[in-house]
Design a protein around this ligand. Structure first.
Ligand SMILES: NC(=O)c1ccc[n+]([C@@H]2O[C@H](COP(=O)([O-])OP(=O)(O)OC[C@H]3O[C@@H](n4cnc5c(N)ncnc54)[C@H](OP(=O)(O)O)[C@@H]3O)[C@@H](O)[C@H]2O)c1
Length: 323
């Protein structure tokens, strides 16, 4: 109830921030000039605003995007409003493990450090289709591509944290939609089963996978005593291109639920909070909403499920490698 009250009124939670807080407000006074940040899907929506604000705070931002024209346009917009901004665009298509591998290789070849990885890109409610590697599209894009990307960049993030003494951070963009998944959480026995496909539940499944992935990675990094945290966030409800497969439904929904919606400046706040705010130093394996820690679903907190998803994802990546 308190959650709904603060969502509607913007009343701040224990962190001092709330649903009305913008990304600029949550990062006020933060100096990120020693940080390099990769933002997947940073060419539009929440990712583009996260990129703009991270650059405003001095970070070197890499926009990882499949549409290079859009990525370069976003880069130009950021630089035109802030000539000191350090922004680069690099090609990444999360539907293709080959593209994920090339992106990681190209990034490592730049010799840049990597302090923060924001796994932001996503698709929602698409009709049944398979990725380049033959995996159901929402699971492949939202989870599997990010799982592989994170693993490929992990050494770089750990090494940067060790050499610089600055905590590395990984942020997974999940969603409140993780609550609406298949009954078993993840359909390990039929991830590509067309007859059981439900576009909404498949999205919820992929967003549950984002939290489970963050939690298991967080556990592994703590075991290694690596100076890298991993958290997941729900950004809020924001009208973006994400709704492209459900524009009419979402517009109708917004009429009845307008008080729950945010603008994109507010939508990027929780990502920026998790990625940059000093009060989260050492905080890992948590889920944030409206810039405050919240409990995710029981399935999302299930360690056995998280381990099972990790092993399953490793197998999928391995079996898809020949492409
Ligand atoms: N908006 C909301 O209400 C809401 C709510 C909860 C969670 N989220 C989460 O927030 C994140 C950002 O969403 P958004 O609302 O900002 O949507 P958006 O504007 O559509 O941004 C998503 C970005 O991901 C990119 N992308 C999609 N498929 C990709 C692929 N295969 N490879 C590389 N990039 C790809 C898109 O690029 P293209 O333009 O080329 O497709 C786009 O730039 C998503 O993870 C979403 O699930 C959003």
């Amino acid at each position: 109830m308190v959650g709904i009250f603060s969502l509607v009124t913007g009343w701040p939670g224990p962190s001092g921030f709330g649903s009305a807080t913008t990304a600029e407000q949550v990062t006020e006074g933060i100096d990120a000039s020693n940080l390099t940040v990769i933002i997947t899907g940073g060419a539009s929506g929440i990712g583009a605003e996260t990129a703009r604000v991270a650059a405003l705070r001095g970070a070197h931002v890499i926009i990882a995007a499949r549409n290079m024209e859009a990525a370069n346009e976003t880069k130009e917009q950021i630089v035109s409003s802030n000539s000191a901004a350090r922004v680069d665009a690099m090609k990444l298509d999360l539907n293709s493990l080959k593209s994920v591998r090339s992106f990681a290789d190209n990034f490592v070849a730049t010799g840049l450090p990597l302090n923060i990885l924001i796994n932001n890109a996503g698709v929602m409610f698409c009709p049944y289709q398979l990725s380049e590697n033959g995996v159901e599209m929402q699971f492949a894009t939202n989870h599997l591509g990010h799982f592989y990307l994170t693993n490929l960049l992990l050494d770089k993030i750990k090494r940067t944290a060790k050499e610089s003494g600055v905590e590395g951070r990984i942020v997974n963009l999940s969603s409140i939609a993780h609550l609406h998944t298949y009954p078993e959480g993840i359909q390990f026995d039929g991830i590509n089963d067309r007859s059981r496909y439900n576009d909404k539940k498949a999205y919820g499944q992929s967003k549950l996978a984002n939290i489970l992935h963050a939690n298991e990675l967080s556990r592994r990094l703590q075991e290694e005593r690596a100076n890298v945290t991993v958290n997941s966030v729900h950004p809020g409800l924001i009208m973006t291109n994400l709704m492209r497969h459900s524009v009419t439904q979402m517009k109708v929904l917004k009429i009845f639920t307008y008080m729950f919606w945010k603008n994109v400046q507010q939508g990027a706040a929780t990502s920026c909070y998790a990625a940059l705010h000093p009060s989260l130093k050492g905080i890992t394996g948590k889920y944030f909403l409206d810039c405050n820690e919240k409990e995710p679903s029981n399935l999302a907190k299930n360690e056995k499920l998280a381990k099972q998803l990790w092993a399953f994802s490793e197998e999928l990546v391995k079996s898809a490698q020949p492409l």
